[in-house]
Write a protein that binds this ligand. Structure first.
Ligand code: URA
Length: 232
């Protein structure tokens, strides 16, 4: 869906942003039991509010809502597409084969996985690993936004076309988005190929490493050498 239609779509389906900001015009308050906005004051509360979520059809076939995991103060946040079979079973993002490759990418950058934050555009597994649909992405949209606001990373890495399109607000192919900086709500963002794609197309690992080096450069710019952080 083109981004300029997204707000109208969200308003039409009655989406209420977790921040309680009306999308286009005020919507009638929902009485969904798990929609207790009092809980949306931190990451854990936001995660709790997704327990038993039935905001879209993905709830019908999923086993577990995969909220995301990692350091709530992470400087870098990876955002993928949606849970696969292993993620649906365990409730953790990126733990299958693609996740193992993501772990190696993170290590190559000089981080441990638990120093980063990892989330997805949709929090429930699309059946058979099909692509998430526009209305499913829209149903999770406010939760991802709120998650990003709580983490406040220095840099976002969008993994694959769905995350890249959702966060850049374009429908351009990934090849046109990668290799350069975009922003999402003021946070610098690099889009790169999804690890699952890299498993099928290992020759493109080189391009991903170029993208991750951009991230490392940006993070180095933002931090002072240790000597300047010392309390003298
Ligand atoms: N692919 C994704 O996009 N996310 C996951 O969590 C796992 C695989």
């Amino acid at each position: 869906m083109h981004p300029r239609y997204l707000n109208r779509y969200l308003a039409d389906v009655g989406w209420r942003d977790p921040l309680d900001v009306p999308v286009d015009h005020p919507v009638t308050p929902s009485s969904t039991p798990n929609e207790d906005r009092a809980e949306w004051t931190d990451l854990a509360g936001l995660a709790r509010s997704l327990d038993g979520c039935e905001r879209c059809r993905l709830s019908e076939k999923r086993t577990t809502v995969v909220f995301g995991e990692g350091d709530s103060d992470a400087r870098v946040m990876f955002i993928g597409e949606g849970p696969g079979a292993e993620e649906d079973r365990t409730g953790r993002p990126f733990v299958g084969q693609a996740g193992q490759l993501l772990d190696r990418m993170i290590l190559a950058m000089g981080f441990a996985r638990n120093e980063t934050y990892i989330a997805n555009v949709v929090k429930c597994r699309p059946p058979g690993n099909r692509d998430p649909k526009d209305d499913e992405i829209a149903a999770c949209s406010g939760f991802l936004d709120r998650q990003i606001e709580f983490i406040r990373p220095d840099v976002i890495v969008a993994l694959g076309r769905f995350a890249a399109n959702r966060l850049t607000g374009t429908d351009k192919p990934l090849g046109a988005l990668r290799g350069k900086w975009s922003h999402y709500k003021g946070v610098p963002l690099v889009a790169t190929y999804h690890p699952a794609y890299l498993l099928r197309t290992p020759a493109d690992k080189r391009k991903v490493w170029q993208d991750l080096k951009l991230v490392l450069q940006k993070m180095a710019e933002g931090s002072s050498p240790a000597i300047f952080n010392d309390e003298l």
